[in-house]
Design a protein around this ligand. Structure first.
Ligand SMILES: Cc1ncc(COP(=O)(O)O)c(C=O)c1O
Length: 392
């Protein structure tokens, strides 16, 4: 029988801090979309208490009534400091950053700066479903360049797609997901440099969604897109929201490479008004003061990845997990189970466990599910037990 692994000494694993009873008192989407008898392992919320420094910063702000409008560049400075320490990258210049309400609205504003109505926006399916929804809502056209072998970037296909997208002399953008949701693929420096070279050659603007950047497995290196040679005309969106579970505290940062500074400067000032001051305080505290908490989380997530692999091998050997090394999402190939295009519907209906259906992730999503493993080993174990029960 698969046993639950030990957590290394040091800061406690935040994934093991809360009971199911405590989690069920939450009122967010993860916990309120399905009835009580369903175990939710879907939307990207983590089953963790917040990091102490974040709680203290927000509590102090509330006690002081410091709930006005955001001011200053503290968030950008905190991100620059985090990037320098964590990724050994000193390329974030505060004057080339702007606060945006959240990452997806930031993506929309960056695409608005570098493309026009009807222009193509290239995405690597299977990919985070809002990439389709927000791009379409902005009146741009989604063009898929599916991931290739090993669920990695297919550079040949990207080249063909870039060439076709700009063939008539029009504008086009590439919306890169780095690390990639749902596969957890961590793009290498060589892959990203190749993307930059192709984008420059074909006049495609790169917008990188790097929201999952803090969430790479221990020993794995995240490479910021803007740090690679040739990426100076790129734009990136970063946030503490995924790494520290702050989705309910809206604030993110747009970061421009040197060659995109003039584009970012055209972003209307009012866009930044959508971020909340308390959220900016929370994100800043996370980046400045809560890296110990993050490291404990990353160790716990890595243990959960291994636990999930063992549980699936024991209870559902026909399911093929993709061994992603980032995010807290696992992409599971369920095609061999013979459950059709939407196995998540079967797991929900018969097993009472909620996973994300692969279908909205675009081409490559059919027959797949996405499982959120940012939970306790006990809940993860129960989730796989329910998946297996759905097949009996
Ligand atoms: C790749 C990616 N981008 C953006 C978001 C959402 O970020 P935000 O709430 O800041 O818009 C998510 C959330 O899971 C995500 O996975």
């Amino acid at each position: 029988m698969t046993s639950i692994p030990q957590h290394p000494p040091g800061e406690p694993d935040p994934l093991r801090a809360l009971t199911l009873g405590q989690l069920r008192r939450r009122t967010s989407m993860k916990w309120r979309t399905y009835p009580e008898d369903v175990l939710p392992l879907w939307v990207a919320e983590m089953d963790v208490p917040l990091a102490g420094p974040v709680v203290r910063a927000v509590t102090d702000a509330l006690a002081l009534g410091d709930t006005g409008y955001p001011a200053g560049t503290g968030y950008a400075e905190a991100l620059a400091g985090f990037a320098a320490k964590r990724w050994n990258w000193d390329g974030i210049a505060v004057e080339r950053t702007a606060i945006v309400p959240d990452v997806m609205l930031g993506v929309v504003e960056m695409l608005r700066l570098v493309t026009g109505p009807g222009d193509p926006v290239i995405v690597n399916s299977p990919v985070y479903p809002p990439f389709y929804q927000f791009v379409t809502h902005l009146n741009r056209r989604v063009v898929e360049a599916p991931l290739g072998a090993g669920l990695r970037l297919d550079l040949d296909l990207l080249e063909t797609t870039f060439r076709a997208a700009t063939a008539g002399g029009g504008r086009a953008a590439f919306l890169l997901c780095s690390p990639h949701n749902p596969t957890g693929t961590v793009h290498t420096a060589a892959e990203l440099a190749a993307v930059a070279e192709l984008a420059e050659r074909h006049g495609v603007r790169v917008v990188a969604d790097e929201i999952h950047a803090p969430l790479v497995a221990p020993g794995v290196t995240f490479v910021p897109y803007l740090s690679v040679p040739g990426a100076g005309r790129g734009l990136s969106l970063m946030s503490a929201s995924k790494g520290w579970n702050l989705a309910g505290l809206k604030a993110a940062l747009a970061v421009a490479g040197p060659g995109a500074a003039a584009d970012l400067a055209r972003m209307p000032e009012e866009v930044g008004h959508g971020a909340s001051h308390v959220a900016v305080i929370a994100h800043t505290a996370a980046l400045n003061d809560a890296t110990g908490w993050l490291d404990a989380l990353l160790a716990g997530l890595d243990a959960n990845r291994r636990l999930l692999t063992a549980l699936l091998a024991e209870h559902l050997p026909a399911v093929r997990p993709h061994p992603g090394r980032a995010t807290y999402l696992a992409w599971l190939d369920c095609r061999a189970l013979g459950l059709g295009h939407d196995p998540a519907a079967v797991f929900l209906d018969r097993g009472r466990v909620a996973l994300n259906s692969g279908l909205p992730f675009g081409t490559g999503g059919a027959g797949h599910v996405r499982l959120n493993l940012a939970t306790s080993p006990e809940i993860l174990t129960e989730g796989v037990r329910r998946m297996a029960a759905a097949l009996t």
